[in-house]
Design a protein around this ligand. Structure first.
Ligand SMILES: [Zn+2]
Length: 70
């Protein structure tokens, strides 16, 4: 399994740093809890699931809460 070097692990959260060549960078966060929280610092994050959050979820092997059920 490849390792995503953009991931940072925190006590109750995981963050994914943007790539250096990202033209619209954002730091995506997933905070565990009830309920869990997910957000990104980019401008597109308020309009749905941005590419940073999708990349974070892909690295974690999970689907985002905003994703439709299978
Ligand atoms: Zn984003």
């Amino acid at each position: 399994m490849p390792v995503d070097h953009h991931i940072e692990f925190h006590r109750h959260a995981v963050a994914r740093m943007p790539a250096p060549d990202d033209r619209h960078p954002g730091v995506a966060f997933f905070v565990s809890g009830r309920p869990s929280q997910q957000f990104c610092t980019c401008r597109k994050s308020g309009k749905g699931t941005c590419a940073h959050l999708k990349a974070l979820f892909q690295s974690l092997g999970v689907t985002g809460a905003a994703a439709p059920p299978p």
